[in-house]
Design a protein around this ligand. Structure first.
Ligand SMILES: *Cc1c(COP(=O)(O)O)cnc(C)c1O
Length: 391
């Protein structure tokens, strides 16, 4: 095959999707509890986003960022009116959004405050992307293997260990960066108290607080943005995955005091905020706001976790069901790759978050019937594993 073997792909070739369902090239139907890794938050081919994209395809595809565009202005207005941020930079992916956040944090200290703080504290098990800088920010060794020398200026500390964070702060520290729910690293919701303590620590030491909401944003956790659960406002946060309902787009958002740090010529992206991407973002946000999709996700998430707990109560191999909204993890007492493969064979698409966690990411409009169907299949496979009839 003429593709780089960068992905350990499942033996399924998907060709079509609608709502919660996907079909492969054999015509087999799947219930999708992955959503392309928290991307298709409104389900596959959501009508309103599709119609907006079709209209935009007939109107304008691309202009460079040396011009104003209606799309960027409206998308940025929707994002800032519905969040704590005052300004938006559009890009194309989560890694690129985090890269922009890191650059903004460094440049703010250098040029606006006039100091030489550059270090960023991040957390063990975090995931922030695959560019050289964002993989350095990531708190997992496996993504760094063979890529050194890595950029300087990143320190990793254990999650929920405030003393370790305080000990890591020195006179070169610029920012603390955290996922409000550590997603790829095992679906670990961060305690509100810990986020509050980080905010206080940042305020006390003049540090910026950066939230990586690439996976937790866009309604996934039951609020439009996960920081809204704790009430702790970051100085900078990043979005990508669900932002365009599947159209590739990312964003870095920040509060007003950071805006002067990115003056003309300091940062750019050719495709960032292209009219087609903006049509997807606007239609996605309008749908989420009008239908109150985050509240639906909160309710569906409660129901999913309750059903999973009921179905697996007597299973010794299920250690914990945890999560926020529809970002849910099933912590098992054994590797779950075989169970995931078996679920795929039975028509339910789920993914892992580390070796022993099954991660569930249904779309945010998932129905109770679909949740029941998924919970039944998952419990059956995990039960068979206990009984020894399945890997
Ligand atoms: C997926 C993800 C990223 C990277 O996003 P890409 O679009 O793949 O670059 C960064 N941070 C978090 C929390 C993610 O889940």
């Amino acid at each position: 095959m003429s593709l780089f073997p960068t992905y350990a792909r499942y033996p399924i070739r998907l060709v079509r999707g609608k709502g919660s369902r996907l079909w492969d090239d054999q015509g087999k139907e799947y219930l999708d509890f992955m959503s392309g890794l928290a991307v298709t938050n409104l389900g596959h081919v959501p009508d309103r986003v599709r119609d907006a994209l079709v209209r935009q395809l007939d109107r304008l595809w691309h202009v460079c960022n040396l011009f104003h565009t209606e799309g960027q202005e409206l998308a940025a207005r929707l994002l800032t009116e519905n969040s704590c941020a005052d300004a938006v930079f559009f890009c194309n992916s989560g890694a690129e959004a985090n890269e922009a956040a890191i650059k903004l944090a460094r440049r703010y200290h250098r040029k606006v405050l006039g100091n030489d703080r550059y270090k960023i504290i991040t957390f063990e098990r975090s995931f922030h992307g695959r560019t050289l800088t964002t993989l350095t920010a990531t708190g997992q060794d496996k993504v760094k293997d063979g890529f050194d020398p890595l950029p300087d200026g990143f320190v990793h500390v254990p999650l929920h260990d405030l003393a370790a964070v305080e000990a890591a702060v020195d006179d070169r520290t610029a920012a603390i960066m955290i996922e409000p729910v550590v997603a790829e690293g095992g679906v670990l919701p961060v305690e509100d108290d810990f986020l509050r303590s980080l905010r206080e620590l940042c305020d006390r030491h003049g540090l910026l607080l950066i939230f990586d909401e690439v996976q937790t944003g866009m309604g996934r956790t039951g609020k439009l943005f996960a920081y809204q659960h704790s009430g702790v406002e970051p100085d900078i946060f990043t979005l990508a995955k669900g932002l365009g309902s599947g159209f590739p787009v990312g964003a870095m958002l920040a509060k007003e005091h950071l805006v002067p740090a990115f003056s003309p010529g300091t940062h750019a992206s050719t495709f960032g905020g292209t009219p087609i991407a903006m049509a997807a973002v606007i239609a996605t946000l309008e749908t989420m706001l009008e239908l109150d999709v985050p509240a639906k996700a909160a309710e569906a998430g409660e129901y999913l976790m309750r059903r999973l707990r009921e179905e697996t109560r007597d299973l010794p191999n299920v250690a914990e069901i945890r999560g926020k909204g529809l970002l849910v993890g099933i912590q098992c007492a054994h590797p779950v790759a075989d169970a995931v493969a078996e679920l795929h064979r039975r028509g339910l698409l789920v993914v892992t978050a580390g070796p022993e966690v099954i991660r569930l990411l249904p779309n945010l409009l998932v129905t109770r019937e679909e949740i029941d169907e998924a919970a039944d299949k998952i419990a059956a496979v995990l039960r068979e594993r206990v009984a020894g009839t399945v890997g």
